[in-house]
Design a protein around this ligand. Structure first.
Ligand code: SF4
Length: 357
């Protein structure tokens, strides 16, 4: 069993969110992605060394993110190269990777790409869709107009089909849908998104609008609280609570009518109104090799000194262990105790697309 350091709040390390690029092919106003990647991007051997080091410290789940990770040409090669970490026995003292997941906007997920990702060894895909008509998709993806929004909507609906046909089974939680909800942007899309997810048999995870980065103009008034989202959907389709899994980000509900089948749960990620920092086990590493211990951190530890000119596994693991042991982040809980003005003007944060969400 890997030796799992605990942070200053007694939290173990469990999930690595590895960003492959800060670039994206959409421009969602709640994220405001960079148009360029930072210099000095990691190479495949460096990413493998990083993942292996974090697995040695207890990471069991890897989530590949961006920007838009499907823009990263070496994605399938990376996933395939990670399989030996998956084939380790659970009790292996070096640790074992249990799952590899991907978060994508789905626009580039064609049928062949979905098959290649499955064949490479990817376990789960979470797609993002913030509306069910061209106008709302365009508004939430920062696109020119309803026609562009409609084209993206078609691509994401096709991506759902491609992923399902490639073997990502919604009933086993291998295919899910994320939607960020803002009061003025797409609150009217709650029921249509829930209806689409039920129709597709998908778990829909509704995400409260967050003060990530420094560019999205976040205001508390723009947050549609999770409780209100659940109440609105529950009024249309009665729900029963399932709870939040340990270290999970989403509180989940089951439809009482069983609509949408075994996979069709409703989840809400309530970072603003019901923070979950208490058991947060997530580390983020950017495409250029900086380790951030919180989505809202301003600075991260540059890991390249232990990766170049060649990865030094022992030194890298020691650096990561030291970083985690000193971790005290719990911004969402701290924000909750701040006044609205202080929360808005509070700390600077690293940009969401750079961090990988
Ligand atoms: S705010 Fe930071 S510590 Fe809290 S749950 Fe999010 S990433 Fe974890």
């Amino acid at each position: 069993m890997a030796e799992c350091p605990l942070d200053l709040h007694g939290r173990p390390l469990g999930v690595l969110r590895l960003s492959l690029t800060a670039r994206c092919n959409l421009a969602c106003p709640y994220c405001c992605p960079d148009t360029e990647d930072p210099p000095g991007l990691l190479t495949l051997p460096e990413r493998l060394a990083l993942v292996e080091a974090t697995v040695g410290l207890g990471v069991h789940t890897l989530r590949l993110t961006g920007g838009e990770p499907l823009l990263h040409r070496g994605l399938e090669e990376l996933i395939a190269a990670l399989q030996p970490l998956r084939r380790r026995e659970p009790g292996d003292p070096r640790g074992a990777l249990r799952e590899i997941a991907l978060t994508s906007n789905g626009v580039l997920l064609g049928a062949e790409r979905a098959r290649q990702l499955k064949a490479a060894g990817l376990d789960r895909i979470t797609l993002s869709l913030d509306g069910t008509d061209g106008a709302s998709v365009a508004r939430m993806a920062g696109l020119g107009g309803a026609a562009a929004g409609g084209a993206v909507l078609e691509k994401v609906l096709a991506a759902i089909r491609h992923a399902r046909e490639a073997g990502f089974d919604p009933a086993r939680g291998q295919l899910k849908l994320n939607a960020v909800i803002t009061r003025s942007g797409n609150a009217d899309q709650l029921l249509p998104l829930a209806a689409l997810a039920r129709e597709q048999g998908l778990e829909l995870r509704l995400i409260e609008f967050m003060d990530v980065g420094n560019r999205n103009g976040w205001e508390p008034e723009q947050v549609l609280p999770a409780a209100e989202m659940v109440a609105r959907i529950g009024a249309a389709w009665p729900l029963e609570p399932v709870g939040r899994a340990p270290h999970g980000t989403a509180s989940r509900w089951r439809y009482c009518d069983g609509g949408g089948g075994p996979g069709a749960h409703l989840g809400v990620v309530a970072s603003i109104t019901a923070p979950f920092c208490g058991d947060c086990n997530r580390l983020r590493i950017t495409a250029d090799g900086r380790a951030f211990t919180c989505l809202f951190a301003a600075t991260g530890l540059d890991l390249r000194p232990w990766l170049r000119p060649h990865p030094d596994p022992a030194a890298l693991e020691a650096a990561l262990r030291g970083l985690w042991r000193e971790r005290r982040d719990r911004w969402s809980e701290e924000r909750a105790s701040l006044s609205a003005a202080a929360a808005v003007s509070g700390a600077r944060h690293a940009e969401m697309a750079y961090l990988g969400g």
